[in-house]
Design a protein around this ligand. Structure first.
Ligand code: HEC
Length: 141
């Protein structure tokens, strides 16, 4: 019995060690990202009036996004491979020109507006659906 107890204890300690190493690695990675990509001047807010987005439109966009691959690179609140959806909403006023431009960008992909990471193209997404997706993103103001 004593032996089993000791083994369990060792196992527990071993797991704690692993956890510490993983936590350490995650913490280090985070601080690295922070030093490489300072947040200052990242959003470049464009001034302009905001049109209203009907709730039904935003909801359709939200569903389309959930069924597409967007969340592999985007998060709502935090920057990931791509900018946070809330940061995109902060930059662009809700206006047709921006919705059209961003919808086109979702379809053709690209980089440079937020940094050097590239958004893949989405040639199979119809323009009307891309506009709904962008409307949802801009509704997150
Ligand atoms: C492979 C990763 C990836 C996927 C998948 C992805 N994005 Fe992006 N997205 C990015 C990156 C990276 C940027 C920043 C591009 C830049 O700096 O110009 C971006 C930028 C954007 C922008 C802002 C464009 C601009 O010019 O300001 C919108 C809107 C957007 N994504 C929507 C979407 C939607 C909707 C989907 C799903 C259909 C999607 N993204 C899927 C990586 C991705």
């Amino acid at each position: 019995m004593l032996q089993v107890g000791r083994l369990k204890k060792l196992h527990f300690l071993y797991n704690c060690g692993l956890l510490l190493i993983v936590t350490y690695l995650v913490a280090c990675n985070n601080s690295e990202v922070k030093t490489i990509q300072p947040k200052t001047d990242y959003i470049h807010e464009i001034p302009g009036k905001n049109d209203t987005i009907p709730v039904a439109i935003a909801q359709k966009g939200e569903v389309l996004i959930a069924y597409s691959d967007c969340y592999t690179c985007h998060k709502e609140e935090k920057r990931s491979v791509g900018p946070a959806f809330k940061d995109i909403a902060k930059r662009y006023p809700v206006q047709r020109v921006y919705i059209d431009m961003l919808a086109q960008k979702v379809i053709s992909g690209g980089k440079g507006a937020w940094g050097s990471a590239t958004m893949i193209d989405h040639p199979k997404v119809p323009i009307e659906e891309a506009k709904l997706m962008v409307s949802y993103i801009l509704s997150l103001k």
